[in-house]
Design a protein around this ligand. Structure first.
Ligand code: 3AT
Ligand code: MG
Length: 344
């Protein structure tokens, strides 16, 4: 369990040289440039949209928030014509009949309705594009958190790179599959955003705390406040921290690994991107959980709630190993890369 990893067990690291941090930045940037496919999923989505009579399909998740990559799935939200909310809807029955309708499409395979999850979904595999996807019903909050994440991605190019690198890290270390007991990509993205907000000076603001005018607006969706500051063109006017942080991606990536292994106290504190003040696990009554990550809108939802002690420990070990590996300077790796990114 994370709290079992006493800080003392962490190996001391050699001093980071500026050269090495430059190499680390290039590794992160190349990882992003090689794999990130911002528009790809949108195009493929158009190809694999199967028209279901009476249904409206909207793409969300990484295909829309700027953190998409080759292995990303298609997250699709379905609503029914003439029905604005899920109220009175027999979701299980709709999911079952949706699965039946999808089975008629010859280009779809592995159609699997999952009705036991918090949000019932139908999973599928599209043979022509090789994409996996899932369709959920009236997942309105997800559409809003996609917008929130897209706004953070639009503020600073380093956000996209780091979120992307984090997802690759999670996939490579086999700690990024919520259906197999670990955490979803979404949870790791929230961890990166939290770190970037807590960095000094911060790389991104807390958009949910910002507003123009006297009173913070409240926009309710499914009973939760989904307001956030979205006037990014004028961010420099309202956020004093605008462009204050000048660290490289390499510094930030290594900083993130240090933050979650050396500084952040998983036992006491919740990963929470909606406010800058620390939020305690005690206040949320989430003390029995190994890792607490609060959804930015559905505040009752802890994304780490499903983690077993064993899995939490496995995830922490991956972070500790990454801190050691990325913290060990190498001399001549990698070779010169083209397409360096400008991020200021
Ligand atoms: P990939 O590129 O697909 O790996 P992603 O950013 O699309 O990453 P996910 O597929 O994990 O992230 O999730 C897509 C969206 O689904 C993000 C969020 O709106 C919603 N979502 C995912 N997991 C959860 C969760 N545990 N709780 C609430 N919403 C979730
Ligand atoms: Mg996804």
């Amino acid at each position: 369990c994370p709290e079992d990893f006493k800080r003392m067990e962490l190996e001391p690291l050699p001093l980071m040289t500026l050269d090495f941090l430059q190499i680390l930045s290039e590794v992160c940037e190349q990882c992003y440039l090689k794999g990130s496919l911002y528009e790809r999923n949108n195009k493929l989505f158009q190809k694999c949209v199967f028209f279901l009579t009476g249904a409206k399909l909207v793409l969300f998740g990484s295909s829309k928030n700027g953190f998409g990559f080759k292995q990303s799935d298609l997250d699709i939200c379905m609503t029914l014509e003439g029905q604005d909310t899920a109220e009175g809807l027999d979701s299980m029955a709709v999911i079952e009949s949706l699965a039946k309708a999808l089975r008629k499409h010859h280009s779809l395979r592995n159609i699997l309705p999952i009705t036991t999850a918090k949000v019932p979904i139908v999973k599928f595999y599209h043979t022509k594009t090789g994409l996996e996807g899932d369709i959920s019903l009236y997942n309105t909050l997800a559409l809003h958190n996609t917008q929130l994440l897209a706004s953070y991605a639009a503020i600073d190019a380093r956000v996209k790179i780091l979120c992307y690198v984090m997802k690759v890290f999670a996939k490579v270390c086999d700690i990024g599959d919520a259906s197999r007991g670990s955490l979803s990509s979404y949870a790791y993205t929230l961890m990166v955003l939290y770190f970037l907000q807590q960095r000094s000076p911060p790389v991104i603001p807390v958009l949910q705390e910002m507003y123009v005018g006297e009173k913070k607006p409240v926009v309710l969706v499914d009973g939760w406040d989904v307001h956030f500051f979205s006037d990014l063109k004028n961010l420099h006017k309202y956020w004093p921290g605008y462009k204050k942080n000048k660290e490289s991606v390499g510094q930030l990536w290594f900083g993130l690994l240090q933050f979650y292994t050396e500084t952040f106290d998983f036992k006491e504190t919740v990963v929470c991107i909606r406010r800058i003040e620390p939020l305690t696990t005690f206040k949320k009554q989430w003390t029995s959980k190994h890792l607490a990550i609060e959804d930015p809108f559905d505040l009752s939802h802890n994304l780490g709630a499903g983690l077993s002690r064993r899995m939490a420990s496995f995830i922490m070990k991956a972070f500790i190993n990454a801190r050691r590996v990325f913290g060990a300077p190498v001399r001549d790796f990698p070779p010169e890369y083209p397409n360096k990114m400008e991020y200021f």
